[in-house]
Design a protein around this ligand. Structure first.
Ligand code: NIG
Ligand code: FE
Length: 400
């Protein structure tokens, strides 16, 4: 006899009639070009509490409190967006329009957003992040990372992270985004590695540096990441976005979990990533919005580098919150197969955050999944710009 369920427990749910289920489960790895997705046809999934309890053929599905019929549609793991900058105020639509008229992207507009962010109240920042997180969820994102980086003072970086922490545990201290006006680079690195880090560390899991000409060089990045490590924060980097440089090799040398952008890569950079196992997180929405060349995903994959996809949602270089859009771009513009792109936006995004609880649909993993209004995951790239997300479960609960 089963134990009576406490009135407050979340009901178990069986989603049945799934025409095509992407599990990303290595134990279900199949044959052919989409082997990595561990597809199950005519499938069902049972959600118990916050986790997946059972995955298998619909005909064998156990009963649950709530039954949902997917009607032959596809289900995929919730997207894992491992790179976003959601804590900001204002927008830079005029800067985007100027770029589309031929101006280059320089990252100089970061200071405009810093001024707007400093002027915003905590409540304004929080409600703006809530709006963007809801926008992401409506497009299937169930896990995300959020960076600071538009405060650039001790108090504004700490409060940016405190705001971000209300929405995710994967918060990243990016005090080293650019050097704010009114200070020298040397003074600012001292501030970032000293009082700012001390104020930020209690709210952050990760530390990041924009390692680029005009932002922070390799030596500064190394010093900032070392200080972060001493404070218990794990490193990640923005590197090789606008120019060739040593950032990607630094990430590989330090064995960072992920290095993001990777647009301008030498052969040595690619070899270093392959040797270190550092994940290259590609952000194709940025190249879409800056008219820069797209990163060469095929070159990385051919060298054995693991590739993740993320949105980089921010008001300057890329103001999209949509991972389906990034998947479509990766397929059309970067030569990734639809299966590689979906895996990159789910399981590889989770790996980029060093998480093994999300991005995979298997017993014991988070019950985070997306019902598509489509018969196959292929439609994510085949039908760009179409809102295909018909349902989202996060931690076992329907949230859309
Ligand atoms: O990841 N490159 C540095 N930081 C952001 C852009 C910031 C901005 O332009 O506001 C990025 O692209
Ligand atoms: Fe970024």
């Amino acid at each position: 006899m089963s134990t009576p369920r406490p009135a407050t427990a979340r009901p178990s749910t069986v989603i049945t009639g799934i025409g095509e289920l992407t599990t990303n489960d290595p134990a279900r790895r199949g044959e052919g070009s989409d082997a990595v997705l561990g597809l199950v046809r005519d499938a069902a999934v049972v959600l118990e509490g916050r986790t997946v309890a059972w995955v298998g053929p619909a005909a064998e599905a156990p009963a649950a409190d709530v039954q949902v019929d997917a009607g032959g549609r596809a289900v995929v793991p919730g997207f894992v967006d491992s790179h976003s900058h959601l804590v900001f105020a204002g927008d830079r639509a005029a800067e985007f329009a100027a770029r589309m008229a031929g101006e280059p992207y320089t990252a100089g507009g970061i200071r405009t957003t810093v001024a707007a962010t400093r002027a915003a109240s905590d409540e304004q920042l929080t409600s703006h992040v809530a709006r963007l997180v809801a926008e992401m969820r409506a497009q299937g994102t169930t896990s995300l990372e959020i960076k600071s980086g538009y405060g650039l003072s001790v108090a504004d970086e700490a409060r940016s992270l405190a705001v971000a922490r209300q929405f995710t545990d994967d918060t990243t201290f990016l005090g080293a985004h650019v050097v704010p006006s009114g200070t020298t680079p040397e003074e600012y690195v001292d501030l970032v590695t000293g009082p700012m880090l001390a104020a930020a560390a209690p709210h952050a899991r990760w530390i990041d540096v924009f390692c680029e000409e005009g932002a922070f060089d390799v030596d500064q990045a190394r010093a900032i990441l070392a200080a972060g490590a001493d404070a218990g924060l794990r490193g990640r980097l923005h590197a090789n976005q606008l120019t060739y440089g040593g950032g990607v090799r630094l990430a590989a040398e330090l064995g960072l979990r992920a290095v993001d952008h990777c647009t301008f890569l030498s052969d040595d950079d690619v070899a270093a990533l392959a040797d270190s196992g550092t994940i290259a997180t590609l952000l194709p929405g940025v190249e879409f919005s800056t008219r820069q060349p797209y990163p060469d995903a095929r070159r990385l994959l051919a060298a054995g580098v693991q590739v993740a996809l993320a949105s980089d949602c921010n008001p300057g270089s890329c103001f999209t919150s949509s991972l389906p859009f990034c998947i479509a771009l990766a397929v059309r513009e970067m030569g990734m197969s639809p299966a590689e792109a979906l895996h990159a936006a789910t399981a590889a995004g989770a790996a980029a955050l060093d998480r093994d609880d999300v991005g995979v649909l298997a017993p014991g993993k988070a019950a985070d999944l997306v019902l598509l209004d489509a018969p196959s995951y292929l439609h994510l790239a085949y039908r760009p710009g179409v809102p295909l997300v018909a349902g989202v479960w996060q931690g076992g609960r329907p949230t859309l």
